[in-house]
Write a protein that binds this ligand. Sequence first.
Ligand code: UDX
Ligand code: UDX
Length: 461
Amino acid sequence: MSEKKYEKKITCIGAGYVGGPTMAMIAAKCPQYKVTVVDINKEKIKAWQTDQLPIFEPGLLEVVKSARDRNLFFSNEIDAAIDESEIIFVSVNTPTKMFGQGAGKTADLQYWEKTARDILRVAKSDKIIVEKSTLPVRTSVAMERILNANEKGIHFEVISNPEFLAEGTAVSDLESPDRVLVGSRETPPGLKARQEIVDIFANWVPAEKIITSDTWSSELSKLVANAFLAQRISSINSISALCERTEADISMVSKAIGSDRRIGAKFLNASVGFGGSCFKKDILNLVYICEYYGLPQVAEYWENVVKINQYQEERFVQNMINTMFNTIAGKRVALFGFAFKANTGDTRESPAIFITRKLVEEQADVVITDPQALSNAKEDLADIIQKVTLEPDPYKAALGAHAIAIITEWEEYKGLDYTKIFNVMEKPAFVFDGRNILQHKQIFDIGFNVYPIGKPGLSHL
Ligand code: UDX
Ligand code: UDX
């Protein structure tokens, strides 16, 4: 297709976990648009141009390949891409701010603001700027002020279009989302810009699943969705601690309460704790906003979701130490999984990071195995890397180990030959199942001492 034949030209700034897959799906579904994804990280852009994508996401390569070099382009030419596009999605990262006012809680918007200023510097015509990154409520006001304080006579309309995809299922989440949310100012130009964005998704998302709102509700909904999801996990995890004291079984409790349609069955799996780039960051952001607006009780309520998660991670390690006769110094401990969830190589905020550091502090000899996350693990543990071993083969990881701890719910860990593993481990051999994915009775019958989450332990001792 020659350049001028494209119906719309769309650029996305930020080729990460959100920007890359989202734009690939838009391009795949809408061959009539030109979609260009740019990033300051040249290596990442290069990787998007090959079959070794910079992120592991099931099914993504096929989507990318279906559109790449047809109407999907990955480029380092940020200015050129801004200049030619009428719609610019921004999905640069917004990490928790680690300095100054709001440190440890609010979002660090420096990349967002820098990107807005780049757009302003380059733009020669009116543009729609779409917030894809999760941002504190009312960020769009600041962005509008920065963007529209120009003397070029250019008008920018800022739209909020938060992304709800989950890693590991990004392709199906993008292909058939529960909903797409598009927020705008409710002025004539705001509504027109909103419609332009709605029109993109309407190419494949049914109309009733496209929700429109004012900008603030859209920005806030993203934070609240993540806070509610995380709250369910902290709720069930808090009850898992009680189950362990009372011989109740958390899986039964989850099933019993999840069968109530008002509660629902999803996000009730007790675990070693939630990780990922969003939950903690977004809740702390919500907490900060509540404090800022003078709502300390509301802030405290949500902050406890993060505190329970920290408690769950600590409890898991403490339980390992207590069970292994109060000392793990010099003992080999194999962590099965390092990613924050299955089907991703992403390790951001993974409970594995905290657990590894705690075990190393206790002078355990930690060996980590994971099918996708070992290169990220190496970076996360750079300062203590000489004290841990990274081993792609779980059987080799278990060799001579006193304990295995399941940290990530990889399907392949369910099907391993645990008799073979038991035979090469030190005795007594322990399994700590931080995801409740193993057949505990069977594993116990092999000879293991088994400690699930939220269920009584099975011990031969
Ligand atoms: C994450 C969260 O999922 C999202 O909700 C949050 O708002 C932003 O961070 P994600 O796509 O996972 O989004 O982040 P990441 O994979 O780190 O990608 C961000 C990309 O933006 C990186 O590739 C980075 O190089 C790029 N970037 C950052 C720029 O191109 N320009 C900048 O100025 C800063
Ligand atoms: C989340 C939201 O689901 C998504 O809508 C948003 O866009 C980004 O943040 P993500 O972090 O990729 O997505 O994965 P998610 O499936 O939500 O899992 C987050 C964490 O919770 C993982 O560590 C997962 O293992 C854990 N989890 C999830 C549980 O411990 N128990 C559960 O029942 C569900």
